[in-house]
Write a protein of this length. Sequence first.
Lengths: 181, 181
Amino acid sequence: MRKIIFVTGNRGKLREAKDILAAKDIEVIQNNHGYPELQEDELEPIAAYGAKWAADELKMPVMVDDSGLFIHALNGFPGPYSAFVEENLGNQRVLKLMEDETDRRATFKSVIGYCEPGGEPVVFTGTVDGNIAYEERGSGGFGYDPIFEYEGQTFGELGDAVKNTLSHRRRALDKFFDWLD
Amino acid sequence: MRKIIFVTGNRGKLREAKDILAAKDIEVIQNNHGYPELQEDELEPIAAYGAKWAADELKMPVMVDDSGLFIHALNGFPGPYSAFVEENLGNQRVLKLMEDETDRRATFKSVIGYCEPGGEPVVFTGTVDGNIAYEERGSGGFGYDPIFEYEGQTFGELGDAVKNTLSHRRRALDKFFDWLD
């Protein structure tokens, strides 16, 4: 069985990567070492820098995952700072910001960064378009899933098995493993 | 006249540092090179990392300034991501988040990072406590100044000359120049 080291402290991301990659006969091994995350408006340079730093530091090939929710009416907020905003503001306050907005469009984006020690990082981007719901619905997934609607159901309502067939993370991981093969 | 290189792209920060340091007979020279900014919950490691990186890269002693507005009722939001939030959400949306909050307390914080090439960075923190206003008032300063109330007036109303005698940035710069001397 092929193995891949995933540098992350996020249990939601880890669980999804494990589920998605188990179907491809790949074992995901978590590494908790962490890496410097940059402040950038886009996710790609954050994932690239983190993957290179971690590969050089750990002296082994690694993948990282930088993800975010980009809300159109809020100019892409919370975007690269989705984890900080989730933790400190939470979904209710994001819904409050969206209270008077009729443009509900949002894009979930996941960027997988991969690097070998001494090498240059490569990145793979997956996106899924949806809408911000008017209230939290469903208990599946994690983070913003209960307020992100895809074809009428939130990612919280879809359930992890369905979510993992079409999510931003799934799409990014598919690209990554096509490239690896 | 003593000189100090200030690595920043923020014109508001630059203008204030020039005004404050002119009174100390120090000339501030802007450098626009930029540096990697980390995602951290506190400003100190961001300023320390940036100052060291820029000093090593530019091969000269430099200062940087990482500042943020920490709103108590919002668990410190926008904090280290104040520039991104100002640019993408703006003051009106921050006021919307605070609409139903009775705890209006907020802290403005500025961290000056200083480093010489090959050396270790030092940081100096200045803070000022105030309240979030219910609407924007005044046109002085920049960024969150019109919604940050200090003893009844917003930083936007105080005017730059008064603001610069008591601001978070002034307090951090005072500490830095006490240490330099």
